[in-house]
Design a protein around this ligand. Sequence first.
Ligand SMILES: [Cu+2]
Length: 285
Amino acid sequence: MAIVRKVSVLLLAVFLMPVTPIAAAGQKVVVMECAAAGEKQDYDCVVELSDKESGAAVLHAEFRVRAEMPSMAGAHRAEPVVVQEYGQGRYGFRIALKKYGEWAITLDFSKPERDRVVKNMMFSEGHVSLLGRHVQGRKHKKHSIAVMVHDAYVRATAPGQRNAAAYFVLRNNAKSDVRLVSVKSDVAEVAEPHSHVMDEGMMKMRRVEYIDIPAEGETVLQPGGLHIMLMGLVKQLQPGEYVSLEFQFDNGQKQTMRVPVKMIVGMSMTSGHDKKKHKHKHKHD
Ligand SMILES: [Cu+2]
């Protein structure tokens, strides 16, 4: 159990509120930042885990997240949410709070060890602040998480298939537009952004140079629309596996994520693929 002392309500006029590290009962330091994710009371939170002694990032942790309002004695709860590993000790999740006010966010860890961390945070319109002790001297990384990647997955492939597609939601919490300029993957020779366009009554895929995410907005990559084409796969992608995707944004943000491979039923990945207009540097079949 983390010790959370209520000292003061910090109402800071920043959109992204960096939050103080709280040492868990285990061997790790947990830092959490949350930012409003849209019109509703949805919040995007990023958790950074590091080893208490060495400071090294804690990888492949597993935990569940739930939230409740301490003042309402169980009356207001947020559903447990899925946590996505971003790599480098960072994890993200979106939580839907139904009310503004003080919420206790509970992280229940099953890996690397059983552990529970509770953070009490004040969510009000446009602001998120920590209720608890303030640790001086921590370098605030206010813009480190301008863009958050959600619900990412890669489509599973059949044996011999050379291409796959990755889909996700890009949320931009910054007050200016951000551009996704490149993607790399450990399982593909080339990863490039594509869009689907209607051409002479046919749906075709086209390479695009970048993907824009509007200020305080979202861009959705989904089947039939924008996607990241993974070309020249080095192996078959099977459901349950993970691939690594590295994102580079034009604001300098770089992020590596472990993304699950999923079997997608329905529209074939290669449907409408215009091989003549698709100029790839490598051969693909
Ligand atoms: Cu494509």
